[in-house]
Structure formats: structure tokens, C-alpha cells
Design a protein around this ligand. Sequence first.
Ligand SMILES: Nc1c(C(=O)O)ncn1[C@@H]1O[C@H](COP(=O)(O)O)[C@@H](O)[C@H]1O
Length: 154
Amino acid sequence: MGSISDWETMKETALILDQFQVEYTKDVISAHRMPAEMFAFSENAAAAGVKVIIAGAGGAAHLPGMMAANTILPVVGVPVQSHALNGLDSLLSIVQMPAGVPVATTAIGTAGAKNAALLALQILAINNKDLQNELLTFRKKQHDDSVKSGEQLD
Ligand SMILES: Nc1c(C(=O)O)ncn1[C@@H]1O[C@H](COP(=O)(O)O)[C@@H](O)[C@H]1O
């Protein structure tokens, strides 16, 4: 994430990765404030065994795009809700990548942070049958909880 102030949002990503017991690292690496560290991380990530990068940032959210510029690992960008523009600035900064350097952009805020984890897990599950089954169980629980919530209206 671009700042520790993003943690309130990005902890939702971590909670889901914890739930699936997937190994990950979390850190503050800002393209704007820490360009050398951002460059080193994204350039070395694949060799270090990273499979997917999730980058959350707000405002002029260049971090996901700059990470994506330095690696061919899939990058999932989470637009953190900003105060001034409610995250529309974050969303547009992340989603409007030029052709050739994709960033998979989620919804703004905590829904996006959760979906970033789930999308990363789905990418990892392509070659992992156990993870596929865990994701199917997750979806089934979500389905059953939704059905139950409707039944409470009866
Ligand atoms: N968008 C970026 C980048 C970047 O893209 O490199 N670095 C920090 N930031 C964002 O600035 C916002 C305010 O940061 P502070 O709260 O630290 O002032 C955060 O949402 C962060 O992601």
C-alpha cells in the first residue's frame, strides 16, 4: 500500500488471505515517496517467488501502475477511498492504464480490498486444486448466507 493510512482498507485484503492461509507479505511502498524501493520490489518480485501483487493506493494512485510497469506478474490495484474526491481520483488513476501494461482494478474501498484478495486467490487456484475447492466452499457459504438472510424477512 502507498501509505499506512491505507491499512484500514487493505487489512480487509489481509483478513481474507489469512482465512485461506495463503503466504503473503504486506508493506508500505509508495511510488511517490519511495521510488527506489518501489522499483526494487516490483523488479525483484517474480524472482523472489511472488505470484500476484496487490497494490492499494489513494488519490493520485500511481503505485499499481508503476508496479505493473516493472513486472509481468499480475497486478491487482485497489482504489482506496480518498477524502477529497471519495476515491474517484484513486479509481481513475488505477483503471485508466495505457494499452500494454494492465492493472486489474477493483471497486473503491473495502469491497475492492476484499475482491483483490479473492481475485488473487482465484489466479493462484488455476494450478491448485485444494485452493479451487476452498474457493468453491467460500462461494457456497456466501450463497447459503444470502438465502438465509432473505428467509429472515418471512
Ligand atoms: N497514491 C499514493 C502513492 C503512490 O501511488 O505511490 N503513495 C502514496 N499514495 C497515497 O496517498 C494517500 C495519502 O497518504 P497519507 O495519508 O500518508 O498522506 C494514501 O491513500 C496513499 O495511498
